[in-house]
Each structure stands twice: as C-alpha cells, then as structure tokens.
Design a protein around this ligand. Structure first.
Ligand SMILES: NC(=O)c1ccc[n+]([C@@H]2O[C@H](COP(=O)([O-])OP(=O)(O)OC[C@H]3O[C@@H](n4cnc5c(N)ncnc54)[C@H](O)[C@@H]3O)[C@@H](O)[C@H]2O)c1
Length: 354
C-alpha cells in the first residue's frame, strides 16, 4: 500500500492507495471511527462494490443511498436525498459519510457531509482514475446549478481517502483514458520525471499493471497534496492544477457536457495550452509534438475540429475562474514547469484556436 499525507494542520489526512483496499477491514476500521455510517454511491458502482464494502463495515449502524448515475444528477435534488437519508436515520454530528464512486458521487456526497449539521466526517473511496488522482483529493465539493457547473459548493476536507486500484479494472476504457489526462497534466506542470515515466509506461497503465497504476496514482496525489497544502482555497498556486481546464471547460460547455468526457476536453485543452505556449516562444515544436504524442498514446483526443475560434473565446471569457483581473491561463514555460499567467491577447489566442 502507498500512503500520501495531505498536510493541512488540524484538517490533515492520509491517502491510501493500492489493490484490494476496499476489502481491508483493518484499514477501514482504523480510518472510520464513527458508529453511524452512510454510504453514498450510484447505480453503476453499487452492483460492483457495495456488498463488499457493507460486509467490511457490518458492525456499524449502516445506511446506503444509491443515486442515479451521471453528471446530470450532481444537483441540489440528489444533495437533498442524501440529507433526507441522514435525517431519516437520525444521524448525529459524529456520523461518517462514505463516498463510493467517481467524482460525481464524491463531489455531491462531500457537499452533503460539509453541510449536514455544519459538517460530519467524510471518507472518499474513489473508484475512477480521475477521482483517485484528482477529485477525491483537496477538499473541493460541489453540485451543479442548472445554468452552471459546480456553482454551489464548499471547501471541505475528507478524513481520509482510500483508493482501491483494483476498482479500475471495471472502469470503461474511455473513463480510464480521461483520468490519464490529469496524470499527464501533473507531469507537465511540475514533474518532468513523471512525464518521462509516463512516456515509458503508458502501455502498462492502459493494461492496468498494478505497480504502474499505484505509481501514477501516488505521484499524482503527492503533487496535488503539495499544492493544496500551500494553497487550500485556490487563491494562487492551486490554479496551476487548471492546465488545459479553461480551454477544456469551454469545449465541455460547447459540447453540452455530452460530446467529451471532462478528461477528454482537458486533453484537447492541454494541447491548446501547449500551442499557446509555443506561440509565445516558450515551448518548441518538438515539445508540442511530444505532448500530443503522449496524450494520443493515452487514447485521448488532441483536437476539436469544426469548433469556431470566436465561440471558444467567448466561452473562455465566461470561465468562472476568470476573476476581476481578467482571464488567466496556465501555460508551460517548458515540460515540467507550468505558470499561471494573464491570457495573451485575443489575436494570438484566435490564431492558436484556428
Ligand atoms: N472536487 C474536485 O476537485 C474535482 C476535480 C475534478 C473533477 N471533479 C468532478 O468530478 C466529476 C467527474 O468525475 P469522474 O470522471 O470520476 O466521473 P463519474 O463520477 O461520472 O464516473 C464516470 C463513470 O464511471 C462509472 N464508474 C465509477 N467507478 C466505476 C468503476 N470502478 N467501474 C465501472 N464504472 C465506474 C460512473 O458510474 C460513471 O458512469 C465531475 O463532476 C467533475 O466536476 C471534481
């Protein structure tokens, strides 16, 4: 088992990574001290993993909420269903909510844990690669508003993360690749060594080699944990984690959240951020080719033909991370070094997008 510490003073916690952890009674009993436990999952993950987890936690006062699958259910309605269940079960402030699933389950369950009686214990058990390397770590929780994604939420840290890498065996290949986009992102913004390791080990990751998966998840969590420890509430450095995301969010919105998975839109966004960095003279053509080649090997798209540059620019300027000082982008000074910088002028961006 690999362990990564997230150092946030009284809100510090551990990320446990490895095969079979969902069945590790010692680990789960040591992590969850509460007597009352509510497991929140969805109707895709429940048939695969819920019985096993319930068996491990059988000596607790246990209840379960099974949400319908999908991003469109990351809403105040499903949030209310979780709170209803907590109230129906007479759950106290010392109860624990366990999120078993991908980023959607983690985000809505985390927000419910943050709000119920002003905050109860919350354990993340991420079952997608994206959730294991990204969404389960760092304490961002949210639901969507009908007009905008992740608009209602809170920073709320879990008491721990248990990432069972065996659960990735049942993940659809497209979802695995979407998670790999975030792993490539970590290498690009901060860790040339990780990027080079990915160039050597992409096929092992796609084949779900246990040692390769454990390494990729651990290194990604270490990088995210270090950034979150420095800037928990995204006032500065944490924005580095948004490499590819401003372009990606615009694409997701243009595609009405149906055309691309989040990680796929991020992969195209990373390629666009690399091209923008090249247009500024920071990266060479060889760097851009290397980045695209790695993303392609992860079975990710690197282009979105047929999308109008002006439509992209208008969506990008509406990004919720565009603050009062205007739109910022994460660009690359070189592979392994990202920077948060004011967006270059529209003419340059339009050229890159075209
Ligand atoms: N909180 C954060 O910091 C943060 C960061 C990144 C993304 N997010 C959010 O995460 C969400 C995306 O997360 P995601 O990519 O995990 O999507 P997801 O939760 O929708 O999971 C993807 C699909 O895989 C299924 N699934 C999950 N685990 C499975 C398994 N082990 N085997 C088979 N199928 C499985 C799910 O039911 C779903 O159909 C978005 O809502 C996004 O906004 C949050």
């Amino acid at each position: 088992m690999e362990v990564v510490d997230v150092s946030l003073g009284r809100r510090s916690y551990r990320i446990h990574i490895g095969p079979g952890l969902m069945r590790d009674a010692n680990l789960l009993n040591a992590t969850v001290s509460a007597r009352q436990v509510l497991i929140v999952t969805n109707d895709v993950v429940a048939p695969l993993y819920l019985d096993g987890l319930r068996a491990v936690l059988q000596d607790r006062e246990l209840r379960t909420v099974v949400l319908p699958d999908g991003e469109r259910h990351k809403t105040l309605d499903t949030f209310s269903r979780i709170v209803d269940e907590l109230i129906d079960g007479n759950f106290h402030r010392d109860a624990c909510l366990v999120a078993l699933g991908g980023g959607v389950v983690g985000d809505v369950a985390g927000f419910a844990a943050a709000c119920y009686q002003r905050g109860i214990d919350f354990l993340q058990m991420p079952t997608t690669l994206l959730a294991q390397v990204d969404s389960s770590v760092g304490g961002k929780t949210a639901v969507n508003h009908p007009r905008a994604k992740n608009m209602i939420g809170a920073f709320y840290q879990p008491i721990g993360v248990v990432a069972d890498t065996d659960s990735l065996r049942t993940l659809p290949p497209r979802e695995l690749s979407a998670g790999l986009a975030e792993v490539v992102k970590y290498g690009l913004i901060l860790d040339l060594e990780l990027f080079e390791w990915l160039e050597k080990n992409m096929e092992a990751l796609l084949a779900l080699d246990p040692a390769a998966l454990a390494h990729a998840v651990r290194r990604s969590c270490e990088i995210k944990a270090a950034i979150v420890a420095e800037d928990e509430q995204e006032r500065g450095r944490r924005a580095l984690l948004n490499l590819g995301h401003t372009f990606g969010h615009a694409l997701e919105s243009i595609g009405r959240y149906e055309k691309w998975l989040h990680g796929e839109a991020v992969a195209i966004g990373i390629s666009l951020a690399a091209s923008t960095s090249r247009a500024l003279g920071w990266l060479g053509a060889d760097d851009c080719a290397r980045i695209d080649a790695l993303l392609r090997r992860a079975r990710l798209p690197v282009a979105a033909p047929g999308i109008d540059a002006d439509e992209m620019l208008s969506h990008m300027s509406r990004d919720k991370k565009a603050g009062r000082e205007g739109l910022k982008l994460v660009l690359l000074e070189r592979i392994g070094r990202g920077v948060v910088t004011p967006a270059p002028d529209d003419a340059l961006l339009r050229g890159v997008l075209a």
